[in-house]
Write a protein that binds this ligand. Structure first.
Ligand SMILES: C[S@@+](CC[C@H](N)C(=O)[O-])C[C@H]1O[C@@H](n2cnc3c(N)ncnc32)[C@H](O)[C@@H]1O
Length: 216
């Protein structure tokens, strides 16, 4: 259960999907100011920049889109963008920004069967992190991508090590290609507190053609 007010520390300490749902329901209205602005949260801009630099194309699915900060960074360059997130309340805040075509509640720790759409780009910032989503969620994202689709996912660097993302990517070798890892700072120069120097790994890769057929 969540006892603390929403904060980065409380978010990193989450231990279940239900706790995530509860925390983000309470954080949705204030997240952009209390967290993103106050911590100088630059990660969504890094993810957008890497996706575009590597030739990312639409339609794009933003995974764990939250209040839509990554969508805002991409929208000037690409459309359509769709959003999925565990939290209906976070998606309601995102919807006010008018950057996404469709916004759907989805839990990426489980197979996602209700979207009925395929994407040329799958992006994510800040969702593969402590207390949130681990490496196995990538298995649930691959079926949402077209052959050759570009993935651009940020992963908190400590989480990468603790949860075994390197081994996961080795296991995915027959399903993905061109894995490129880029290390970035999650927060900018105005960040404060114990996490101000935290690093993210941005993992870029493509879904191999014919993966679905080969996987059956
Ligand atoms: C730190 S926020 C990042 C939001 C946004 N991408 C950003 O960079 O500001 C993490 C988001 O992951 C979502 N999330 C947590 N667990 C999830 C799950 N199992 N499936 C889908 N989204 C999840 C939360 O609801 C929250 O919106």
């Amino acid at each position: 259960m969540i006892d603390d007010d929403p904060s980065l520390q409380a978010a990193y300490a989450l231990s279940s999907v239900d706790d995530n749902r509860r925390l983000y329901a309470r954080w949705a209205k204030d997240y952009d100011q209390d967290f993103a602005a106050d911590m100088d949260y630059v990660l969504p801009r890094h993810v957008a920049q890497q996706f575009l630099q590597h030739g990312g194309a639409a339609p794009v699915l933003d995974v764990g889109a939250g209040t839509g900060l990554l969508g805002q960074a991409l929208r000037r360059h690409l459309s359509p963008l769709d959003a999925i997130d565990l939290s209906q309340e976070m998606l309601e805040t995102a919807a006010q920004k008018n950057v996404y075509r469709h916004l759907d509640v989805a839990d990426v720790t489980k197979p996602i069967t209700h979207l009925g759409r395929l994407y040329d780009g799958i992006v994510s910032s800040g969702t593969f992190t402590h207390g949130h989503v681990g490496p196995d969620a990538i298995d649930n994202l691959l079926p949402l991508a077209r052959d050759g689709a570009l993935f651009c996912l940020s992963i908190n660097k400590h989480h990468w090590i603790e949860k075994g993302f390197e081994a996961k990517f080795q296991d995915l070798d027959d399903k993905i290609e061109g894995l490129t890892l880029v290390e970035v700072l999650i927060y900018g120069a105005n960040a404060t507190g114990p996490h101000r120097d935290d690093l993210g790994v941005i993992a870029l890769f493509k879904k191999r053609p014919n993966y679905d057929a080969a996987a059956e």
